[in-house]
Ligand binder design. Sequence first.
Ligand SMILES: [Zn+2]
Ligand SMILES: [Zn+2]
Length: 197
Amino acid sequence: MKKEKTNPDILLPESACELCGFTGEEKLELHAAEDTLVIVKTKMTAMELVHVIDTLSEIASALTVHLAHACGSCNNCGDSPDLCGSCAAKQNEKAKSTGGGPVEWVKNCELCQSLLEADKEIQLPDYLLSEAGIPKDAKLEAYADEDSGEITVVEAENQYDISDVPPGLRAVLAMSGICLMELDELIMLEETVYGDD
Ligand SMILES: [Zn+2]
Ligand SMILES: [Zn+2]
């Protein structure tokens, strides 16, 4: 018997096809990336391309807003007492006129600033890693000892942290007063922040 191709066909809902105008006649191409799959036509006019770009940027902004909500505004990273919604709103009003508030807090918070600039990679030569029994592509974490001046490097406990967030996105969130410490925690906790768990 001849072996059938095992790639699954993707069936698109009819209503979705009506909306995007795919008839089933045209060839489609997939853009697959980590946690994302985008389907577009292989041939497009300039206007069709504009529609795709427009939709993708709309989705990107909506998702950024969603992520921002999940993190929440910075409350001065613990330096200000927890406020109820209405007090916080009042304080935000006041902050706007005096120049304080989440945006300023993030700007002046040492922790948030260090997270804003957190660099992805600690590089060590392969032989050192293999001597320590750490896989070559493992994420590394370092601790400094102020007294001895020694730095200890270990395999990181978490697969992802804020250093895996593109710097541009980090900057946008920080400029809006979103707490980067909170984002770092959400990433490391690996909890669902979009949709129901
Ligand atoms: Zn904060
Ligand atoms: Zn902070």
